[in-house]
Design a protein around this ligand. Structure first.
Ligand code: 13P
Length: 251
């Protein structure tokens, strides 16, 4: 039997306030249908407060898409983990491949952010995943292993960690990774986590990369897949709710 699935919607830099509130109303309206799934949404920073005002907190939780690695200070344009907590967040996405590629975020920085997030009582979703070139060179397992080990602080509370495997070639492309590839990497991540901590057996490992209503059920069935980190399909209420239904049906 699978434990409760976790489905997260990463809105990235999308949606205006009206669209966001409409989407949240739709999710909340349908919540009875997926009470057995943990749901979290990750709006842009500017929408966190307005979205939080609409959430009842029973089913759908709130998270930030990034945070700084210090709690306060002269860091123009940055947001701290404690500020996310203050506005109602329980989660933060760290080390997303878009940030690793575009903001040149390193494992070392991600590790510091994970530590400061835990201090602020936030659960980190640490993203790892190989590029298409790395996969074609047969380096997927080693790349993911290096990112994972490099991004987890030694003395972190493992109850405050979630890992998301997002192969870069599957993000926003409609080219979901194959069931075999997902199963292989998730099994490898599980072995690494179990080696790092006794609690590693229980850490939730999400899959992300073109998760859609049409493939969610198959992905959720895979051993060691604890849920999904959804991008594009989390922006459309019908698609996101359909993915949540698929999660609710998994036993
Ligand atoms: P897509 O679901 O749009 O492929 O995005 C995945 C992702 O990057 C979630 O963090």
């Amino acid at each position: 039997m699978k434990s409760r699935l976790f489905v997260a919607g990463n809105w990235k830099m999308n949606l205006d306030k009206n669209q966001a509130l409409q989407l949240v109303r739709e999710i909340e309206k349908n919540k009875e249908a997926f009470e057995n799934v943990d749901v979290a949404i990750f709006p842009p920073f500017t929408l966190l407060s307005a979205v939080n005002d609409l959430l009842t907190g029973e089913v759908c939780h709130l998270g930030g898409q990034n945070c700084h690695d210090e709690l306060v200070g002269a860091h123009t344009g940055e947001i701290s983990a404690s500020m996310l907590r203050d506005v109602g967040c329980d989660y933060v996405i760290l080390g997303h491949s878009e940030r690793r590629a575009n903001q040149l975020e390193t494992n070392e920085q991600v590790k510091k952010k994970v530590a400061i997030a835990a201090e602020s009582n936030l659960t980190s979703i640490i993203c790892v995943g190989e590029t298409l070139d790395e996969r074609n060179l047969g380096q997927a397992l080693s790349v993911v292993e290096k990112q994972l080990i490099g991004s987890i602080p030694v003395d972190v509370d493992y109850n405050k960690l979630i890992v998301a495997y997002e192969p870069v070639g599957a993000i926003g492309t409609g080219k979901t990774a194959t069931i075999n590839d997902i199963a292989e990497i998730h099994a490898h991540i599980r072995i690494i986590l179990s080696g790092l901590s006794l609690k590693g057996d229980n850490i939730c490992i999400l899959y992300g990369g073109s998760v859609k209503p049409v493939n969610a059920a198959d992905i959720f069935q895979i051993t060691d897949v604890g849920g999904a980190l959804v991008g594009g399909a989390s922006l459309l209420s019908r698609d996101f709710i359909s993915i949540l239904h698929a999660g609710a049906a998994i036993k």
